[in-house]
Design a protein around this ligand. Sequence first.
Ligand SMILES: Nc1ncnc2c1ncn2[C@@H]1O[C@H](COP(=O)(O)OP(=O)(O)OP(=O)(O)O)[C@@H](O)[C@H]1O
Ligand SMILES: [Mg+2]
Length: 479
Amino acid sequence: MIALPWSDASDDQLDIKRSETILNRDHEGLESVKERILEYLAVRQMTNSLRGPILCLDGPPGVGKTSLARSIAESLGRTFVRISLGGVRDESEIRGHRRTYVGAMPGRIIQGMKKAGKVNPVFLLDEIDKMSNDFRGDPSAAMLEVLDPEQNSTFSDHYIEEPYDLSNVLFIATSNDLGSIPGPLRDRMEVISIPGYTEIEKQAIAKNHLIPKQLKEHGLTKSQVRINDEAIKNIVRYYTREAGVRGLEREIARICRRAAKQIVTGEKKSVTVSAKTLETLLGKKKHSYGQAEKKNQIGVATGLAYTTVGGDTLQIEVSLSPGKGKLILTGKLGDVMKESAQTALSYVRSKAEEFKIDPEFHEKSDIHIHVPEGAVPKDGPSAGVTIATALVSSLTKRPIRREVGMTGEITLRGRVLPIGGVKEKSLSAHRAGLTTIILPEANERDIEDIPESVRSELTFKLVSDAEEVLAIALEEASE
Ligand SMILES: Nc1ncnc2c1ncn2[C@@H]1O[C@H](COP(=O)(O)OP(=O)(O)OP(=O)(O)O)[C@@H](O)[C@H]1O
Ligand SMILES: [Mg+2]
């Protein structure tokens, strides 16, 4: 029998003040997230039990989901275990194999409990959204049993045969994409969303957390390696492009490694990193900041996209060539995005006369729509207005204002429908140096979720019809 904890429990320290101190010590910002975690723990303290809905921390990579869970464990004085559910397709990975099976093993839950060594760990179920199912059974059904407080005191693993009590475990799940969690599972969870950081937040995280942490890991002291504020800002701008801070942490680690080498070889006594010396340590800039085009272009519109790694800007290019009306779509577009390109084209055709476009254009030219970067898969309906704008621009030769970013689904009649991820999209637009954002009218209330420091530097234009989009985004026609 494997060595499982059957009764050994850590003493709970349900003390909200202490939890607050630990959460604040390890995490910069995230005020509303921490607040919700504390409320959750407060309810547990009041009811004197950790039963209740499962917490699910949802957000793009590197925003601190795992690290928040770790802090929760520490603040409760419990041990911490983590299993990854990414790629789990088979019920037996959760519930184990019968021992008659060659190479039988207990499932991941029981393995996690063995690692924890206590009956009441904080148990992190990482990437719960990446579970899938196939013919070998649905792992999410087994997960339902794990997470259900009514059933999990007698969890059955095929390998250990006896029912095992999971009711003292505090489960916390993480996901990148809530939409792919099966409904019944999602209903069991209290979701806390972490949207991604602004540039200013990233700088503060680097300064107060990532740099001290990496210095320590590399055995360096504050006086040996100094990274000034300007340098931090440039690392964020030119060496990372992400919603979270994982890449930022990696670049800081790189600086520490190089500095450590210079110090050990006696080349230098201490290293001061400024904006000027950054390139000598990190090499050439990897990204351009303020990606906005240098001048207004014909046939290139900037869309705002929302992916599981956060928001991003997306250039949509349209070019026309003599031909017979073929529509060519490239750039790894998903089915929904392809359909939305067709919808945008049909809309533009139906309005050709109004837009002063040759009504026969689609019979005389091939239309090529490309969305770089070509290797990254893209999907979703929210590029509709962007495609329509790029199309009209290239057909009328009216340039598109370079400071404008846009997002919205389009219908055949040109109505603009609401989209998701407004906050993330706005952060990325700001990152890219755009100043005017076109949003569907129905998304108006999402604007208040955008952090003030970013909101105040953007002008939002709410639209309900594609013609309004064109009026804002296109330069006047030169008669
Ligand atoms: N607000 C913050 N304050 C301080 N450090 C942070 C903050 N957010 C993230 N970090 C640090 O960034 C790193 C990445 O965070 P973490 O591993 O928790 O991300 P994650 O959200 O779990 O990502 P993934 O989805 O890829 O698992 C960690 O070193 C973490 O401590
Ligand atoms: Mg993680």
